[in-house]
Design a binder for this molecule. Structure first.
Ligand code: DCT
Ligand code: MG
Length: 513
């Protein structure tokens, strides 16, 4: 009797804990040593906890009865993040960050898989405001495994729902700065990283969240870490304050001004657009002159409503000459963007009839109607049976027109018009200058042209890179060429192009890479 009773008296607390959580029987072999699980009894009950612990141990998991130093994964059921945190504090745990705090759904998934599964975001207990976890937030995020994320954005579905804007904005600034320095490799590194984070179905809140993801180089990780810890990146801030970056940003915001011209102006000592316009010795191209003339309109974004209105103007003009022509809105607006810097249209004429003069006729009509502020028609340079270029950023050879149209805007503020005589006297500008790109493709190349002109730029780049490296094929906006079979692959739709490449179809609104 004495021998049995003695320990119970010596440590009542301990024996209570032992009753809640029986010690692991020695007969179970531990298969997964790195994972040390502790199951919180709170809101779960003793019996269920004991059952789950036994189940896990039988499957080779190491489950601790006590919250020892070796525990790595704390699992709770029906508890919120803050409830578990409170409970941990009650156990005198100072640093809850040393554990993964997980919902029971993670544990269940492990039991189903018979091995530890990745502690994905959806399984984690998180603070409410940063929480897409299954048990608290809607909609449920699809199952996600970092190691399965492709390095090619054409194998990812990227909508406009970006959970990681603060990181991707930072990367895009870094990429732009490298572009201004003509450092294409670093620029692409940041663009690829931005594209991967745009795809993530949850916000990155700690470094572990990017573990196993492609395109996360050291430069990228440093910036993510800084933003997580400080809320902003000092490197990005330095770029934003950099004189050269600021000048290039202003210069390249003018239609017709690229990195080369900006470099020239910067070397001349020019720093702002005011200085550029004041410098009378500068020889500006026609494009740059109109770029400066309509600067305010062009720099303000084009809205979806404006894109629709311009769409009607374009269709009306095109159908005057070719009633059966297909006029398709491409670019960002086809991907579902609500704003853009321009409006892109692809025009093709089904059937045998092609009209090389169409673009010229259309712009002549607009000129007569007083709608054309600028146009630059580039003639087609496509040669029959021309193989796609290996350069992933090569321009295509379609006939195209870079135009600026006058879009008349309805007067919305009728009250101010009637109350101010002075206002009535003045000439009111009732139009906005809008950048419009028109591209004409032969009907048999239409699917390729549509895929290319829908973008995004990064999506297109990755499609070509994927075709080249993974399929030994060459893709551009005109065609797909199989290098091994030495044949061109015909396609009547975008779906067929994806199929030729062995890719799942990605809808336009999922191409926002
Ligand atoms: N494109 C192309 N060849 C070019 C220019 C563009 O294949 N010479 C593709 C890449 C994206 C798409 O056409 C549209 O180009 P942009 O108008 O530059 O981009 P966007 O996605 O429409 O974005 P924005 O809203 O800035 O216009
Ligand atoms: Mg566009």
């Amino acid at each position: 009797m004495e021998r049995i009773r003695a320990p119970a008296v010596a440590s009542r607390k301990k024996s209570q804990r032992e009753m809640q959580s029986p010690k692991p029987p020695c007969s179970y072999e531990i298969k997964f040593n790195k994972f040390v699980i502790f199951i919180v009894q709170r809101k779960m009950g003793k019996t269920r906890r004991a059952f789950l612990m036994e189940l896990a141990r039988r499957k080779g998991f190491r489950v601790e009865s006590e919250l020892s130093d070796s525990v790595t994964h704390v699992v709770a059921e029906n508890n919120s993040y803050s409830e578990v945190l409170d409970w941990l504090r009650g156990q005198a745990v100072q640093e809850s960050s040393r554990f993964e705090l997980l919902d029971i759904s993670w544990f269940t998934a492990c039991m189903e898989a018979g091995r530890p599964v990745e502690a994905e975001m959806k399984y984690r207990l998180l603070e409410q405001d940063e929480c897409p976890a299954v048990n608290t937030c809607e909609p449920e995020v699809p199952s996600f495994t970092a190691s399965r994320v492709s390095q090619y954005s054409c194998q990812r579905k990227t909508t406009l729902n970006n959970f990681n804007k603060k990181f991707t904005d930072a990367f895009e600034i870094m990429a732009e700065n490298y572009e201004f320095k003509e450092n294409e490799i670093f620029s692409l590194e940041f663009l690829r990283a931005a594209s991967v984070l745009k795809f993530l179905p949850f916000p990155v809140v700690r470094m572990k969240d990017i573990q196993g993801l492609p395109c996360m180089g050291d430069q990228v990780r440093d910036i993510i870490e800084e933003i997580i810890e400080e809320g902003e990146s000092s490197r990005v801030k330095d770029v934003l304050n950099d004189e050269r970056y600021k000048s290039f940003k202003q210069f390249t915001s003018v239609f017709g001004v690229g990195v080369k011209t900006s470099e020239k102006w910067y070397r001349m000592g020019l720093r702002t657009l005011e200085e550029v316009t004041a410098e009378k010795t500068l020889k500006l191209s026609k494009m740059q002159k109109v770029g400066l003339l309509y600067y305010e309109d062009l720099v303000s974004c084009v809205s979806e409503a404006e894109a629709d209105a311009v769409g009607l103007v374009v269709k009306k003009a095109v159908h005057t000459f070719l009633p059966d022509a297909l006029v398709t809105l491409t670019g960002g607006f086809r991907r579902g963007k609500k704003i853009g810097h321009d409006i892109d249209f692809l025009i093709t004429n089904p059937g045998p009839r092609e009209d090389d003069d169409l673009l010229h006729k259309v712009v002549d009509l607009w000129k007569k109607q007083g709608l054309l502020l600028y146009c630059d028609i580039i003639e087609s340079t496509f040669v029959k049976e021309q193989r796609p270029s290996r350069n992933i950023d090569a321009m295509d050879n379609f006939q195209k027109c870079f135009a600026i149209l006058k879009l008349y805007q309805p007067r919305v503020d009728s009250e101010s018009q009637s109350t101010s005589e002075e206002f009535d006297m003045a000439e009111v500008k009732d139009w906005k200058a809008i950048r419009v790109d028109l591209v004409i493709s032969p009907f048999e190349q239409y699917a390729y042209a549509l895929l290319g002109w829908t973008g995004s730029k990064q999506f297109g780049r990755d499609l070509r890179r994927y075709a080249n490296h993974e399929k030994k094929m060459m893709l551009d906006n005109h065609a797909l060429y199989d290098r091994r079979k030495r044949i061109f692959l015909k396609a009547g739709s975008e779906e067929e192009i994806f199929a030729h490449l062995g890719l799942d179809y990605v809808e336009p609104w999922e191409r926002n890479a």
